[in-house]
Ligand binder design. Structure first.
Ligand code: PLA
Length: 446
């Protein structure tokens, strides 16, 4: 029997039996009157669909929202909060938005497939530097994408279609979504050693060995700064060695820049590794996100830039990026990218933004110090100096999954099961609660 017939029969059977709770169970009811709630689901065409697990990061927020406890604390997703624990909209963003809504000449037409041209130019300048030779020589193509994730995905699909080596090496560990984004783009995902749990620092030797034995031409995903989840970045000297290795083996660097300005508080300092790669004349990709540094999380604003050897190549690459984007989401949304362009083009707004950005980075750094001091004060066993050594939004605490579960169960503290905490979600008021929880976890749960 065909499945449509089965469905029909099931509905008919149901109607004949009747349903006392249903308002439409009269003998005159047609099958289309049948309320959805009347089915037990077995007749659904989707009956075989199994429940998927929550996302390991965004699912933390789902669990947090369900918890009625007044002391609950969400240190899962990397989203900036004020000292009062509130999300912020930056003043520079508010002012830009006012300008935009007051400008009656603005319309809601479709954007071009590659987005707002001015936004793209300004984004390339922001990441590669105002004096970038690659920009001056017109060999960078930039397309507006849906935040960092969308930029990575568009870049991944372009590479899977047009690049000769389809293997991408990602650091171990990395942001969990990288694996899925690149695998679904059509690339083969492999890892390179990055983090050493013993030192809670960089496994530089392992990194060099693994990239050294990667096949020539392989793509290498690099976190531009503020590595997620470890908070461990190479030094500038180590970056230089990485660059030489990558170039000598003709590997293709793909930078993920989700935290420019959030690591050091300086947009230029955080972009330095990318700029040294661009300065050697070689090719690279970079995915930019404005989620964190402009606080535009839900606006989904980002850009993918591909630095090419020549203007001609860049033009052809862009033509192919359009073929990736068009069937995916056709063209990007206007509002968020207009906010970014408004801020980046206006000296005063730009300056105001950089001050606000620095204040966010500084608050995170001060949370590191406060948490470290609080653990010292409690005499919590272990060396916690990595809390102040690591950089960016996250501390990779070294707590194991059982300790994390304990902290959630007993202290209502929500974080990813790998022991990562978002320092940006912490405040002076909540540090003691977190320190108590960590102390209890390491002294009671092994
Ligand atoms: N790349 C890295 C390294 C990230 O950490 C994130 C976000 C992104 C890209 C994507 O950001 P975007 O698409 O919002 O621009 N990571 C967050 C959020 C902050 C998330 O998981 O989506 C995190 O908590 O890890």
């Amino acid at each position: 029997m065909r499945s449509s017939d089965r469905r029909l029969n099931a509905l008919v059977r149901h109607l004949l039996v009747g349903d006392s709770n249903s308002s439409s169970s009269s003998s005159m009811g047609s099958i289309t009157d049948s309320p959805a709630s009347a089915s037990d689901g077995r007749d659904s065409v989707f009956a075989h669909v199994v429940q998927a697990p929550e996302d390991p990061i965004l699912g933390v927020t789902v669990a947090y929202l369900k918890d009625p406890s007044p002391i609950k604390l969400n240190l899962g997703v990397g989203a900036y909060r004020t000292e009062e624990g509130k999300p912020v909209v930056l003043n520079a963003v508010r002012k830009a938005e006012h300008q935009l809504v007051n400008d009656v000449s603005r319309v809601k037409e479709y954007l071009p497939i590659v987005g707002i041209a001015e936004f793209n130019k300004l984004s390339a300048k922001l990441i590669l530097g105002a004096d970038s030779p690659a920009i001056q020589q017109n060999r960078v193509t930039t397309v507006q994408c849906l935040s960092g994730t969308g930029s990575l995905r568009v870049g991944g699909e372009f590479l899977a279609r047009h690049y000769h080596e389809r293997t991408i090496y990602i650091p171990q560990p990395t942001w969990g979504n990288h694996i899925k984004v690149f695998a679904l783009s059509g690339l083969t995902v492999k890892t390179y050693r990055y983090y050493d749990p013993a030192t809670r620092g960089l496994n530089f030797q392992g990194l060099l060995e693994d990239l050294g034995s990667a096949p020539s031409g392989a793509i290498v995903l690099l976190h531009a700064c503020a590595h997620n989840p470890t908070g461990v970045d190479p030094t500038l000297e180590q970056w230089e060695q990485i660059r030489q290795l990558i170039r000598s083996k003709a590997l293709l660097p793909f930078f993920d820049s989700a935290y420019q300005g959030f690591a050091s508080g300086s947009l230029d300092a955080d972009a330095q590794p990318i700029r040294t790669f661009a300065a050697d004349g070689g090719e690279l990709l970079v995915a930019q996100s404005y989620a964190k540094n402009m606080g535009l999380y839900g606006e989904r604003v980002g850009a993918l830039s591909i630095v090419c050897k020549t203007t001609d190549v860049a033009g052809r690459v862009e033509s192919q990026l359009k073929l990736v984007i068009r069937p995916m989401y056709s063209n990007p949304p206007i509002h968020g990218a207009s906010i970014v362009a408004t801020i980046l083009r206006d000296r005063n707004l730009y300056d105001e933004w950089t001050v606000e950005l620095k204040a966010m980075a500084d608050r995170i750094i001060s949370m590191r110090r406060q948490l470290f001091d609080a653990l010292q004060a409690r005499g919590t066993p272990g060396d916690w100096s990595h809390i102040i050594k690591q950089i960016g939004m996250f501390t990779f605490t070294g707590l194991n999954a059982e300790q994390v579960a304990f902290m959630t169960g007993e202290y209502h503290i929500y974080m990813t099961s790998d022991g990562r905490i978002s320092m940006a979600g912490l405040s002076t008021k909540t540090v003691p609660h977190l320190a108590d929880a960590i102390h209890a976890a390491v002294t009671r749960v092994f």
